[in-house]
Design a protein around this ligand. Structure first.
Ligand SMILES: Cc1ncc(COP(=O)(O)O)c(C=O)c1O
Length: 407
């Protein structure tokens, strides 16, 4: 976990040289604080291991325009899943030809909008989507690059969200794709490669390496058998981060080393073919902290509750995805944990506990609780208007400056 590296200086909570006092005195809680330098660091960590790959940022992880801008400026492309994400990506400065559109329920209007914006490729999940792209491209009188999403038969990883292997709403079944896609009458659209997004939050380097090699082989076979020229192979994403206090960081260097030979061979056989990763969580999760203020502390039948001004309404992920995010009393980082505390929010349901049994120092009203690794699937996955409590602010710290960057 990179919390200490990104957010702690001399025992105090700081984001890009902005102190906790400055954040809390300028903005009411609850809020998300994002660190721009942390986002840049994570982008570089991935890019440095895979310099030949285009890293497309998955906006669904955190579509905050200011966060998107940091990644666009760092050199990332974008992976978008809705017309609004497309607009956000374009406004943030992602080059249109660095954008890939991936969504399982695209309408004709969505596709036309994406093509009109000049994006690099649309991912098709079925033959009817292929036809939809073809007719949109004809209508606009412009060519369209299509990547076929494949529901592969590769070995499944140990991950909570696995998207391949069984029957799926995503993609063409691997065993049927050649029959379904080959010989289609396409005039304006052309099949230019494949996309495989298999799983999220994967921490096993061996599986990731196996996945990359599987997709490389599959791409070459499908291009031969279905008769299309390979212009792009998109391996999806799924790079995980250590959520738990004791989880290990993903060893990307090992993934790179394990796949070096097959990547070299591929590049020799298919020079000029673009290689793409889509990544959300890896790039932004550790760069965000959700900050909520303790309003009341009470003890009930042996448990201590810190009841805060923001809970699952502002940060639903721990409840919705049943994920444990580490918690800290940000204004008492130097103090030793003394007890287990249930960190709860203001919502009228017992579900509203965002850190159960967190090891914390004695909480008091006014304390600021930080839920770590909240930069991905945090704000965007929450019940933002529930109980009309108002939406949490989003703040970006960058190079000593603090900006309110609410979506
Ligand atoms: C198609 C696609 N690409 C990329 C992502 C981002 O995944 P991650 O945040 O695990 O990198 C997702 C997440 O659901 C996705 O569905």
């Amino acid at each position: 976990m990179r919390f200490d590296e990104f957010f702690v200086r001399e025992g105090r909570f700081v984001a890009d040289d902005v102190t906790l006092d400055e954040m809390a005195s300028r903005h009411p809680t609850p809020f998300y604080i994002y660190s721009a330098s942390a986002v840049r660091t994570k982008y570089r960590l991935l890019k440095d291991q895979f310099p030949a790959f285009d890293i497309c940022y998955s906006l669904k992880a955190n579509p905050n325009p200011a966060v998107c801008r940091v990644l666009a400026e760092a050199g990332a492309g974008a992976e978008v899943s809705s017309p609004r994400e497309l607009a956000t990506a374009l406004n943030a400065g992602f080059a249109p030809d660095s954008i890939i559109y991936v969504a399982p329920a695209k309408t004709a209007a969505d596709i036309e909008r994406a093509l009109a914006a000049g994006i690099y490729a649309i991912v098709a999940d079925s033959t009817s989507e292929l036809e939809l792209v073809e007719s949109a491209a004809r209508k606009l009188g412009r060519p369209a690059r299509v990547l076929l999403r494949i529901n592969t038969m590769e070995r499944q990883p140990e991950a909570r969200e696995v998207m391949v292997g069984g029957p799926s709403k995503f993609g063409f079944d691997e065993e049927r794709v050649v029959a379904e896609a080959a010989g289609r009458e396409l005039k304006q659209a052309r099949i230019a490669g494949i996309q495989v997004y298999s799983a999220s939050q994967v921490l096993d380097p061996a599986w990731l390496a196996e996945h990359i090699e599987y997709v490389l082989k599959l791409a070459r076979r499908l291009s031969r058998e279905a008769g299309f020229k390979l212009e792009c192979v998109d391996f999806g994403g799924g790079f995980g981060i250590p959520y738990g206090e004791n989880d290990k960081e993903l060893n990307l260097g090992l993934v790179a080393a394990m796949t070096q030979k097959s990547r070299d061979e591929f590049r020799e056989a298919e020079p000029g073919c673009r290689l793409v990763f889509e990544s959300g969580r890896y790039l932004v999760a550790e760069s965000g902290v959700f900050v909520t203020r303790v309003v009341r502390v009470k003890e009930s039948r042996g448990r201590v509750f810190a009841i805060c001004d923001g809970g699952m309404n502002a940060f639903a992920r721990p409840v919705f995805m049943r994920v444990r995010h580490p918690a800290r009393l940000l204004n008492k980082l130097g103090e030793k944990p003394t007890q287990e505390v249930d960190v709860c929010g203001p919502i009228c349901t017992p579900l509203d506990c965002i850190a159960k049994g967190a090891r914390l120092p004695q909480p008091e009203p006014g304390d600021l609780v930080g839920l770590l690794n909240a930069g991905a699937y945090g704000y965007t996955m929450s019940l933002l208007d529930f109980m009309s409590l108002g939406r949490p602010a989003e703040l970006l710290a960058d190079n000593g400056g603090l900006r309110l960057v609410s979506s």
